[in-house]
Design a binder for this molecule. Structure first.
Ligand code: SIN
Ligand code: CO
Length: 426
């Protein structure tokens, strides 16, 4: 197999700067993102043949495309110790989680062996092609995005019939995979296995996916994917959905923490009106009265108070995310000068969420009390994932008045922490 455009390995295109939400997209079977979201998202499965048309076009020209990531690259990623990787063997079922200790090449089967699958999570943090493919799905809120997982399998490999709590786009990138799905309600699991495998999976629809095809599955759709070719690759773009309990708990405890910022609440409970009581064991009416007043003054019905905490929570990076400070960090003036020539982007593991005019990055509000200029820069980072080179005027302003640029400094400190990087992946 040779790669498209002569010897260059296939690089998927960049997503357009502005996503055209009402136009037909090949990625969505010529539906617009708007129609896809209305008719399929979180509702029903959707199969797209030729979602990445370059694969079929190249095949027709007699030069089939290779996946942007070779099997060798994926195997070395699994052995690098920097990625979450799991090995699933299917005859008999076995799961090896290499979460804590890195895989060794000799722990992994060779491509010619059958019945195994290697799963690598968070590939977008390490590979530009994966980050680009994620960017195609930015018609779905960033708050819902989980990550891009790549599976590499030997013939017959798969993780068994199961259902996920995630929305997922399964994109076939190398070899063929047979997908079976069902709408059964029997979700009983087989006992005594290290994996969650359905006991009575009854396939109702089946398709063989070729490179470039895509299958979207809403959560809780029983499904089973079996590799038909050695070196089969499926890229899964997964979208998380937290439980209401999780959202409310996370929002409420952040709201509780934010009470630290209200100096008036430091005052002590005072009860000069307390009367003599015949029931000392009972919670005092005076306390109840005063707390009612305090709670009212917090205006807990104002959803925006609560949504600041929710935004902070949803912008938290994955627990496995690891940011490295730039090896030779630039000083603040050097940083501003570099911003005039080089685009700055979020690190692929950074999460940015906006609520109203506030921007949260990796769990922190970066725009609290920001100058409008800095707020604008953070908003650009969140919306377009880029700060384009600064103009001379902006540069002069930021260099002359570094103390005014409190939030420019927060952009600088985010850069110094490795949360923002100059043009990733070259
Ligand atoms: C795979 O790619 O083999 C597993 C994806 C899934 O079924 O969720
Ligand atoms: Co699944």
């Amino acid at each position: 197999m040779s790669s498209f455009y002569l010897s260059n390995a296939y690089q998927p295109p960049r997503a357009p700067e502005i996503l055209l939400l009402k136009q037909a997209w090949a990625l969505l079977g010529n539906l617009s993102p708007q129609a896809f979201m209305r008719d399929y998202w979180h509702k029903q499965p959707f199969l797209v043949r030729g979602a990445i048309p370059a694969f079929a076009q190249a095949k027709a020209l007699g030069h089939p495309l290779e996946s942007p990531l070779s099997a060798k690259t994926l195997l070395s990623m699994a052995c690098s110790g920097n990625c979450e990787a799991r090995l699933v063997q299917s005859k008999p079922w076995r799961l090896t989680d290499f979460g804590s200790s890195p895989m060794r090449r000799k722990d992994l089967p060779t491509l010619d062996l059958p019945n195994w699958t290697l799963l690598i999570q968070g590939v977008e943090a390490h590979q530009a092609a994966a980050a680009k493919i994620l960017s195609w799905f930015r018609f779905i809120p960033d708050a819902r995005l989980d990550d891009l997982m790549v599976s590499l399998a030997g013939k017959g490999g798969g993780v068994g019939p199961h259902s996920d709590s995630y929305d997922v786009f399964l994109i076939q990138m190398a070899g063929r995979r047979k997908w079976s799905i069902s709408s059964q309600s029997d979700l009983k699991l087989r006992a005594g296995l290290p994996l969650k495998i359905l006991q009575n999976f009854k396939a109702q629809q089946e398709w063989v996916l070729e490179p470039g095809d895509l299958l979207y599955l809403p959560p809780h759709t029983p499904h089973n994917g079996v590799a038909l070719d050695a070196g089969c690759q499926t890229w899964s773009v997964g979208f998380r959905a937290p439980s209401y309990r999780e959202l409310l708990q996370e929002g409420l405890w952040r709201l509780a923490e934010s009470l630290e910022d209200i100096p008036a609440l430091k005052a002590f409970y005072a009860d000069p009106q307390q009367y003599a009581t015949a029931h000392p064991e009972v919670l005092p009416q005076e306390l109840i009265k005063q707390l009612t007043k305090q709670l009212k003054s917090l205006d807990l019905n104002d959803i925006n108070q609560f949504l600041l905490g929710i935004s902070a929570y949803l912008s938290e990076p994955k627990p496995s995310a690891f940011f490295m400070q730039p090896p030779q960090a630039l000083s603040y003036p050097q940083f501003i000068r570099r911003l005039c020539t080089t685009p700055l982007r979020p690190h692929p593991l950074s999460r940015l969420i906006c609520h109203q005019d506030q921007v949260f990055c990796n769990g922190e509000n970066m725009t609290q009390a920001a100058t409008p200029l800095t707020q604008g820069l953070w908003q650009s980072l969140a919306a377009k994932q880029i700060i384009t080179p600064l103009t001379k005027e902006v540069k002069k302003y930021l260099l002359q008045q570094p103390s005014l640029g409190h939030l420019s400094n927060s952009i600088y400190s985010a850069y110094a922490a490795g949360w923002l990087i100059f043009e990733p992946f070259g």
